[in-house]
Design a protein around this ligand. Structure first.
Ligand code: ADP
Ligand code: MG
Length: 252
């Protein structure tokens, strides 16, 4: 292996934006010489490395674009702590068929039951599988909607909202909405209805949603759209935070 030739090839590879191949080339060529691997085999190994790197970078970019508030994964979720949840159901959801079918998932349960954790974890799984994901808190989304409306930018935003395969709305129902806010949120759900998926987390049973949305008719229409073909997962059981703090106290 002539170092000058190697340098030239590596420079070409960088120009062609094949950095993983450039990086792996010396070791792969040395290894091929030692073990008598065919040129075709060398090429396959290098191309696979480049493809793998590209997929990782794309997943990372999708995770950045999703704006998750923090990183949570399925691997750190303790299913034994929450007997209400079926591990197999969550892992099936992680495969993303519900997104392909434009169905939604609703996590319903009291505080500290892992709703946000699971929503983020499923969102990340979706990013790994090539879906475009956006995480919002309900309050954050409402702010964005109101700002867009004030700036007469709703139309422009609508195209943007349709490009996400999955929109996560965390903590719907924690704060009551003003009339305009409820209407804009309803419009948002209607726009994406059957065109994209949602994951919604909420602490409110459906019969209490009109308290938040203010208008019984609007709430009924919204629930109709949101729950149509949705997977509804109740996460009750005891609070994980509470359980962990009790454990800490008893082991002190
Ligand atoms: P919720 O959104 O239902 O209020 P969170 O998802 O915010 O609850 O959970 C509160 C904290 O407890 C988070 O740090 C979360 O990671 C953790 N947690 C909750 N349930 C579990 C669980 N079953 N396994 C591991 N961590 C959990
Ligand atoms: Mg939460």
């Amino acid at each position: 292996m002539n170092p000058a030739d190697l340098g030239v090839v590596q420079a070409y590879l960088k120009d062609l934006r094949l950095p993983a191949i450039a990086r792996m080339l010396p070791d792969t060529l040395r290894d091929a010489e030692q073990h008598g691997r065919s040129p075709l085999d060398v090429l396959r190994v290098l191309l696979e490395a480049e493809l793998e790197q590209r997929q990782k970078n794309q997943s990372q970019r999708r995770i950045q674009a999703a704006k998750f508030p923090y990183a949570k994964g399925l691997e750190t979720f303790d299913f034994t702590a929450n007997p209400d949840l079926k591990k197999s159901q969550i892992f099936t959801l992680a495969q993303g068929d519900y997104i392909r079918q434009r169905r939604s998932v609703i996590f319903l349960g009291n505080s500290g039951r892992g709703k946000t954790h699971l929503a983020i974890a499923l969102g990340r799984e979706a990013c790994y599988r090539g879906f475009k994901v956006r995480f919002y808190t309900a309050a954050g989304l409402v702010n964005e909607l109101v700002t867009a409306q004030n700036d007469q930018q709703l139309m422009k935003f609508e195209t943007r909202w349709l490009k996400w395969d999955l929109v996560i709305i965390d903590e719907l129902g924690y704060i009551p909405l003003r009339k305009l806010e409820a209407e804009l949120l309803f419009q948002f759900f209607s726009l994406r209805y059957e065109r994209g998926s949602f994951i919604v987390t909420t602490n409110l049973n459906f019969d209490r949603w009109s308290d938040v949305f203010g208008d019984a008719q609007l709430t009924a229409a919204l629930l109709d759209r949101l729950t149509h073909k949705a997977v509804i997962i109740t996460t009750n059981g005891e609070s994980y935070r509470f359980r962990e703090s009790m454990k800490a106290q008893t082991t002190d």
